[in-house]
Design a protein around this ligand. Sequence first.
Ligand code: NDP
Length: 279
Amino acid sequence: MTGITGHTRVVAVIGDPVAHSRSPVIHNGWIADAGLDAVYVALRLTGADAAAHLAGLPDLGFIGANVTLPHKAAALASAAASTPAARAIGAANTLFLDDGVWTADNTDAAGLVAGLDLRAPDWREAGSATVVLGAGGAARAAVQGLHAAGAPSIRIVNRTLARAQAVSALCPGAAAFGWGDLAEALDGAGLVVNATSRGLSGGEPLDIDLAPTVPKSIVLDTVYTPLETAFLASARRQGRTALDGLDMLVGQAALSFQRWFGLAPDVEAGRARALETLR
Ligand code: NDP
């Protein structure tokens, strides 16, 4: 990259592993679009004391960072302030300076909702319930974001019931189900979100019978490698609207970009660039 000087503002995605991240392509594309003197790099953070390293980033001149696995909880702990979303989820994917204060946010939650609003704006009215599969970090973000955005009756389904119960505590009225009660959880659902890691390239595919959901239900897979998962292909075969995980990725990126630069980037351009890396 040319044009980098001592004045260039630096942002990073920090995780372990991190070399696979699509975030540099997305953010450097937007930086170029806006003609900013800035650069976005990927940094692998290994070893203990991640929170201390992340807390030191502003002293090194970083204006912000994205934080990915396994350091999202450390990112929250590293900050002097945090948003309600980050506190509710218990993890942060974005660090930024808010009036000079190192602040943690979680834009995964609102990013997922932004993608839904873009591709299926009537998602709230599609059915009488919302089903989130999984109870890990992505599921916590999905549940918090969907609840904050007014999703009807949230049901969390997870292989380990106790973890689903813990996530259900995030929002009043949410119900927890074990995988064996999936059909019951899907009854009347208008939106089904896969936030398990099942379906990732090389792993066990996810294929569920969507008959209990409403015929016009929307199915969203947070997994985006592969982009067209077996779960989405099956949903399409069952006549459902199928949405891939790339809009969530680009949605969270756009909200992070706004935190750092105060600009709303072009999400379709970001998606197109990320898509190139998946081909
Ligand atoms: P975690 O490891 O925290 O959680 C994994 C979840 O998947 C758990 O609920 C686990 O159940 C469940 N699970 C794993 N294997 C199986 C299986 N064989 N059958 C049923 N359930 C299973 O992962 P994350 O929450 O961090 O990530 C989950 C997914 O979300 C990832 O695949 C990632 O690609 C995606 N993601 C996408 C983002 C995007 O921007 N599109 C952003 C962040 C994540 P149990 O509790 O029983 O172990």
